[in-house]
Design a protein around this ligand. Structure first.
Ligand SMILES: *Cc1c(COP(=O)(O)O)cnc(C)c1O
Length: 228
């Protein structure tokens, strides 16, 4: 077994154990493998080991990787998620090359993605990114903006708003890790529109996120290794 295959197996076991601890069904949580900075060969290795959904932060890097994988048997079933900061001059290649965008945090970006989503593709699946830790440097809308933004995005024709996403300030204390995830869950639950997705939890805190209701965990380091 390759290192990536073994790491994937270990991450799946962590997710399963957390689901059991949380009293949630195993199929309630999807694993998004965050392949940013890793080459197409690493994505392929994970795909051969059964991984289907991949998260990327940089538009051009992702497009290059997709092109490299295009001839491979593993590629057609792969699902690409954009999870990085998104500027308005980069929305078109994102609208054209991804199935999901987790990092929408303002209406202008959502409007452009909707206008630029090719008509022959399924609607672009969207998460609204929320800055739950209040860090000035972080992307994401403020919690107070969530209801109005969620309604505006849900009304756009070529997008499908699925849920909320957060990247909380890292903490080593499992009890403290859960607080921002609980904030995101309560924001979702307070909305009068039905959203089935909470994109939260990474390599170091996926258990805490699953305890608070994560439906997609975004895991890079624990699968592919430490990034440079
Ligand atoms: C890089 C990244 C991840 C993965 O983080 P790891 O700590 O490597 O698991 C998850 N989400 C986002 C938005 C990222 O940029």
């Amino acid at each position: 077994m390759t290192t990536i295959a073994a790491n994937l197996q270990a991450v799946r076991a962590r997710i399963a154990a957390a689901c059991i601890a949380a009293g949630r069904p195993l199929e309630a949580v999807r694993l998004l493998a965050v392949s940013k900075t890793w080459p197409a060969a690493s994505v392929r290795e994970a795909a051969v080991a059964g991984q289907r959904a991949f998260g990327e932060n940089y538009v051009q890097e992702a497009i290059d990787k997709k092109a490299e994988l295009a001839g491979l048997d593993a590629e057609p079933g792969l699902e690409w998620h954009f999870i990085g900061p998104l500027q308005s001059n980069k929305t078109r290649p994102v609208a054209e090359n991804f199935a999901w965008v987790h990092s929408v945090d303002r209406l202008k970006i959502a409007e452009r993605l909707s206008a630029q989503r090719p008509p022959d593709r399924a609607p672009l699946q969207i998460c609204l990114q929320v800055n739950v830790s209040g860090e000035a440097s972080k992307g994401g809308c403020s919690p107070a903006e969530v209801p109005a933004l969620a309604h505006a995005i849900a009304a756009l024709p070529r997008l499908r708003l699925r849920g909320l996403m957060a990247i909380p300030e890292p903490s080593d204390d499992p009890a403290r890790q859960r607080e921002p995830f609980a904030v995101l869950r309560r924001l979702r639950d307070a909305l009068d529109i039905e959203l089935d997705t909470l994109s939260m939890g990474m390599s170091h805190d996926l258990e805490a996120a699953i305890m608070e209701g994560a439906t997609i965990v975004r895991v890079g380091t624990a699968i592919f290794g430490q990034r440079n």
